[in-house]
Write a protein that binds this ligand. Sequence first.
Ligand SMILES: C[S@@+](CC[C@H](N)C(=O)[O-])C[C@H]1O[C@@H](n2cnc3c(N)ncnc32)[C@H](O)[C@@H]1O
Length: 256
Amino acid sequence: MLLEKIYSERGWDFRNYKRASLKRRIQKRFAALNAGSCKDYCRSLDTDPAEYDRLFSTLTIKVSEFFREPEVFDFLSRTVAERFKRDEGIKAWCCGCAFGEEAYSLAIVLSECLSAEGLKNSRVFATDIDSDALDTARKAVYRGESLRNVTQEVQENYFFKVDGMHKVKYNIRNLVKFGTQDIVKSPSISKVQVLFCRNLFIYFNKFLQEKVFEKLDYSLVPGGLLVLGKAEVLPPRFASGYTPLGERLSVYEKKA
Ligand SMILES: C[S@@+](CC[C@H](N)C(=O)[O-])C[C@H]1O[C@@H](n2cnc3c(N)ncnc32)[C@H](O)[C@@H]1O
């Protein structure tokens, strides 16, 4: 009933997200408002429409950090260096980019692997359903905890300090283009060569995983690289179209 209400009032479609995780998140809002039942909570939504935004923010879990699962980024750096030409541009897409940590990490990898000419023709498209998170991402200012996987050398090369915080340098920010996109409802980006979609499928039920994966599959060019979260696997219907690379990293190459 609540999910239907959110969908009809705001167009946010959480109906095929995993119920257990949604329930835990919704309970947090119930507790914050002392709502004893779904009916009580719906009344709060009607009397205080700003509660929709608080609920939305609670339901879209945005935990991330730079170079999350560093072994995946190490592997990716080697693979990009081996498979792509230094002077040719790469079109990358980071779907479900939260506050931008992953998109900037990917831009740093491209910076390390490509020449100035290659970078000039490269772009990381970074999308998320949460436009407030993207406003924060565009500012590119982070607390030290978000950089715990970033080596001193990379920090010195790609960040500078502002008021005790870490800001991503302009050359990296310039590679990343943020845009609001609900991957459940919107069409995907075409001709992508490196596609990150990590820690988003874990929130979807099987039906939605397949539906969204169809869009990712459409986006990637043959030979393109797909990176899922380490706890995520390809929907079985698509598995034969991809070759796993590396050891249990959830990095795949799309077959020709
Ligand atoms: C846990 S974060 C993952 C961040 C990053 N990819 C990582 O692995 O560190 C999941 C992100 O997916 C976004 N998200 C949830 N539903 C979405 C949808 N339908 N379309 C696009 N993004 C969505 C959330 O707003 C959140 O920022």
